[in-house]
Design a protein around this ligand. Structure first.
Ligand code: HEM
Length: 346
């Protein structure tokens, strides 16, 4: 059955270039694997969770401590969600640094939508345990929206279901997280994969002089290898790394410092230097750069080649964005203490 399904989404023959592990590093397939794990573990958690301020925290405790395999299922969901953010960004990085967005503007745009959905899914899931860290992280994360010009305040009150994080927010987060985002993601994943095929396979195919090999078994084996490796690693980690529980949310006792979820801490850190630059100008420029990259890049080297010299400037801008974001996230997560003062992490 799996073979039948794969034969429907792949071309019968593919370029040998596309099979080279150093072209994609299997990152797109790794993202798909995380999504499949998230759907399966999510359905299980859905059966026991209640999106109610008075019950949510206790339900998470119940899932973790009483249900057989509940702890591992929750850990797996947590790990796959965080891995998906990292893998999506790495996949985006490989697309940029191999110039694989060339002549693939539409699929690049589908990819950006997927990335936004991944972030949104993570953010809405963050609140569901209704613990002290998740409550305050969502409060800080949603406050960052106020910096979005024109629509920021309306967007914030739409997501929160009011002016502050409360029962409405929990309910909305649950509806978005479990009911709305997953089907939307499925649609965009479908479009994304259909476009890869419609664009003539991976960009690397342009280097292969028209030579093709059978997708079955070579490509299928490579993809199965990546999928099973991701599953094995996450499953192993799920036995040893526990998704945090913390204490129950207490809206009258903010932790000091209160931090956004780790993937938004970079923006929080930038805002601590300048609200205008860190909250509006820099994120706006990065978004504009990502949206327009396939149009801005006028290089002639076909996509699929790492660090082509005529794309150097675009690669360097991208690397500068990545490195600075990583630095800001590291500072925000490990080197910020009470009142956002710099501290040593040990
Ligand atoms: C988050 C979920 C995502 C999933 C599940 C996903 C999945 C995939 C898969 C399976 C492929 C084909 C093989 C591969 O590259 O490994 C692919 C290719 C591609 N993806 Fe994604 N992707 C995601 C996000 C993104 C993002 C964030 C971008 C960039 C904005 C992007 C842009 C592209 C492009 C342009 C291709 C074609 C590359 C080529 O022809 O070499 N994708 N994606």
């Amino acid at each position: 059955m799996a073979r039948n399904f794969l034969s429907h989404i792949h071309a019968g023959k593919v370029s040998p270039q596309a099979l080279k592990p150093t072209i994609t590093f299997g990152l797109g397939v790794a993202c798909l694997t995380c999504m499949a794990i998230l759907v399966l573990t999510g359905i299980t958690l859905f059966l026991y969770y209640i999106p109610d301020q008075a019950k949510a925290y206790e339900r998470i405790l119940h899932i973790t401590t009483t249900l057989r395999f509940g702890r591992v299922v929750r850990n797996l969901h947590f790990l796959a969600a965080n891995a998906l953010i990292i893998l999506s960004v790495l996949h985006l990085a490989r697309v940029v640094l191999t110039g694989s967005y060339r002549k693939r503007w539409l699929n690049w745009t589908y990819g950006l939508v997927l990335l936004l959905l991944v972030m949104f899914a993570n953010f809405t899931g963050y609140l569901l345990p209704w613990n002290q860290i998740s409550y305050w992280a969502v409060k800080i994360g949603s406050a960052l929206l106020e910096y979005v010009p024109l629509i920021g305040l309306s967007l914030k009150s739409f997501l929160l279901g009011g002016d502050d994080v409360g029962h409405e927010t929990l309910l909305r987060s649950f509806v978005f997280h479990a009911g709305f985002i997953p089907p939307l993601m499925l649609v965009f994943v479908g479009l994304h994969l259909w476009r890869v095929r419609k664009d003539g396979g991976l960009a690397a195919a342009e280097f292969s002089d028209g030579v093709k090999v059978n997708a079955d078994p070579w490509l299928y084996r490579a993809e199965a290898g990546v999928a099973f490796s991701v599953l094995a690693v996450l499953l192993l980690l799920a036995f040893f790394i526990d998704a945090p529980i913390y204490e129950r949310a207490n809206p009258s006792h903010p932790p000091n410092p209160a931090k956004a979820p780790w993937y938004f801490v970079g923006v929080q850190e930038m805002i601590s230097y300048s609200a205008m630059l860190g909250g509006v100008v820099v994120p706006g420029l990065v978004l504009g750069y990502l949206l327009l990259l396939p149009k801005l890049d006028q290089s002639t080297t076909p996509g699929g080649k790492w660090f082509a010299s005529d794309r150097r400037v675009w690669s360097l801008i991208f690397l500068a964005i990545m490195v600075s974001q990583i630095v800001f996230i590291v500072i925000g997560v490990w080197f910020r203490g009470p009142n956002w003062q710099l501290v040593l992490p040990f």
